[in-house]
Design a protein around this ligand. Structure first.
Ligand code: CA
Ligand code: CA
Ligand code: CA
Length: 228
């Protein structure tokens, strides 16, 4: 790299140099040649990025106008690319996006064991908490499924409907922490009594958990034993 700020706001703002040697009169010497640094480095994640002709040709990102080396969205593994917006990030499909999809980073539930008997008795409270990243601004419901053979806790179709809570105020970028509570039902079905259930999955939903309202699905931790 030989110079930056060579053409502020325009193409080839950063230029490189090549050196070569020659012996015109029998001694070594060298000179320099200014070059465009679009050699081989990164792909563009969308069309119309700076001096990139397309998304299949590698070039140097950042030496030309409207070239920004975009970071990856949270949770995305892959290769960074060049985008035309300063705010862009790279999503799981390798595209430039301004807002990253919602991703659950952690989710867990904890029993408030009011009577301290080590079990989740009827009407005791369970606290659900989680952290997510990206655009989760449409999330309204936070769900954690838990189970053991013979006792399924899920929103619908299980032995107990839970662990479900409403959530508000999740952000459209960065990370969001959220929490809520769920009450153990006033009647615990006999097949769940004394059963230790372990969290199996988490979800953020735009409404009641159903495929059409899915915002994000993730893993979860948490464990409790139902009482009677
Ligand atoms: Ca260039
Ligand atoms: Ca370039
Ligand atoms: Ca208890």
């Amino acid at each position: 790299m030989c110079a930056s700020n060579a053409n502020p706001g325009g193409n080839d703002n950063i230029v490189g140099c090549q050196s070569w040697y020659y012996r015109p009169w029998g001694h070594e010497d060298h000179d320099q040649r200014w070059t465009d640094v679009d050699g081989s480095k990164d792909f563009a994640g969308e069309s119309g990025v700076g001096e990139y002709p397309d998304t299949r040709t590698e070039g140097c990102c950042g030496d030309d106008a409207n070239e920004y080396y975009a970071p990856l969205c949270p949770g995305v593994t892959g290769t960074r690319k060049c985008c035309s917006s300063q705010d862009a990030k790279i999503d799981a499909n390798g595209n430039c996006v301004v807002s990253c999809p919602c991703l659950i980073l952690s989710a867990t539930f904890t029993l408030s064991d009011t009577n301290r008997n080590g079990r989740a008795d009827r009407n005791e409270m369970v606290t659900l908490s989680g952290i997510a990243a990206g655009d989760c601004s449409n999330a309204k419901v936070f769900q954690i499924d838990a189970s053991i053979v013979g006792c399924n806790v899920e929103f619908s179709g299980g032995d107990i409907s839970g662990f479900t809570t409403s959530v508000t105020g999740l952000g459209s970028s960065g990370t969001s922490a959220f929490t809520g509570t769920w009450r153990v039902p006033s009647s615990i079905p006999s097949n769940c009594r004394y059963k230790p259930v372990t969290a199996t999955a988490s979800g953020l939903w735009a409404g009641n958990p159903a495929a059409s309202d899915e915002i994000a699905i993730g893993t979860a931790t948490g464990f409790l034993i139902f009482g009677t």
